[in-house]
Design a protein around this ligand. Structure first.
Ligand code: MG
Length: 385
């Protein structure tokens, strides 16, 4: 098979049968939208030159967020039916002068390069290819209260991507009188040749809430757990209060530092950066940089969070221990937890704040300063070697 290959991803649906607050193609699995997984598989394949996504005009913002980091053609708007959306997507792809096109549904997120390879290998200037699977369950027809068996050896389940010679598919879309639920239907109705490829259960279409739970499990298999630790110390100097965990506490001293000297948030940021293997707080926010003079340390937490989001990560747990003789942390612990949970954009029970003295030993025991340590657990996409 020779020629230029492009891909079209249909993501124009507005259905929420999977139970989420957004159409399922924008629902996250393993920190990335289903659409992201589907489009990435195509965009990262060496033989596919360009990927076009068709979306509903109401979901531009969701689209942009979903495909962040991927190189795709600018999205085009779909039509009322799937077939309208495919036709509009093919029209937009015409400019690329492709020889072949793979048409894929965004709701089938776990497409492998091996499957794409098989579909491409089967293409010829007059042959389309499609993944299909047999039906394992017994199938019966229920009509007027009566059951009749349907011979399942005659049945095939059709999946996507479906691969076609581009010009012929575009022509069929221009002339087809009837709506079909996929593109191979038009191809077969026109009497054209199809090569059947063995499909895969992992190409399953995410439709119900059960499917969504399955998709999350699949994606989780592609994630790893990462743990980072952080430690910070600041000295007491003349003053009238400290800020710890973002909470102002009255005290007869303050903490010395370039920023607001929030030991707890600094330890937290170092733990987050540690879990990301992205250096330490001093590297990202140098104390000699005037921007951070007197800075609210929440800024550092938000920056670390942004780095984590850019990596497709999510927080599982943050555990912080504050070490000092005074001031008393206990009365402020709940406020700190609530503040940190809000900063990290996680539920309250993902955040733990503990406190200890050092039994009057060492610098904290002598009330010369405060220390904090933090452990952060993240979920991160598995890297590629
Ligand atoms: Mg510090």
């Amino acid at each position: 098979m020779q020629g230029k290959i492009v891909a079209l991803v249909v993501a124009g649906g507005t259905g929420r049968r999977a139970g989420g607050p957004v159409p399922k193609q924008f629902a996250p699995a393993g920190g990335k939208a289903l659409l992201h997984h589907a489009a990435k598989a195509l965009a990262s394949h060496p033989k596919i030159g360009a990927v076009q996504v068709v979306i509903h005009p109401d979901y531009h913002a969701e689209y942009e967020a979903a495909v962040a980091g991927l190189t795709l053609l600018p999205a085009v708007h779909g039509g009322a039916e799937r077939q309208d959306s495919v036709r509009l997507g093919l029209k937009a792809l015409e400019k690329q002068k492709p020889d072949y096109v793979l048409v894929h549904d965004a709701a089938r997120p776990f497409l492998t390069h091996a499957m794409i390879d098989k579909l491409i290998e089967a293409l010829t200037p007059s042959t389309a290819s499609v993944p299909t699977l047999p039906v394992a369950d017994t199938v019966r027809r229920l009509k007027d209260g009566k059951l009749s068996d349907v011979p399942r050896e005659q049945l095939l389940r059709f999946q996507t991507p479906q691969a076609f010679p581009f010009k012929t598919l575009l022509e069929l879309h221009g002339t087809s009188p009837a709506y079909a639920t996929d593109d191979i239907a038009l191809w077969v109705a026109a009497g054209k040749v199809v090569k059947y490829i063995t499909g895969s259960e992992t190409l399953r279409k995410v439709t119900s809430a059960d499917d969504m739970a399955w998709a999350q499990q699949q994606a989780n298999g592609q994630m790893r757990t990462s743990v980072g630790s952080g430690f910070d110390v600041h000295a007491f100097i003349e003053g009238d209060g400290v800020t710890v965990g973002g909470i102002a506490i009255a005290h007869d001293k303050k903490l010395d530092g370039h920023s607001d000297a929030d030991v707890a948030l600094h330890a937290l940021v170092d733990a987050m950066l540690g879990a990301l293997s992205e250096g330490d707080i001093g590297q990202h926010f140098p104390p000699n940089d005037a921007r951070w003079k007197g800075a609210d340390s929440a800024v550092f937490v938000r920056e670390a969070l942004k780095k984590m989001h850019a990596r497709g990560g999510s927080i599982e747990q943050a555990d912080i221990t504050i070490i000092c003789e005074a001031p008393k942390i206990g009365p402020h612990r709940d406020a700190m937890r609530a503040n940190i949970a809000q900063l990290l954009e996680v539920p309250l029970d993902y955040v733990s704040v503990k406190a200890t003295t050092t039994e009057q030993l060492g610098f904290t025991g002598r009330r010369e300063g405060m220390a904090a340590q933090a452990t952060v657990t993240l979920r991160l996409p598995r890297g590629e070697m």
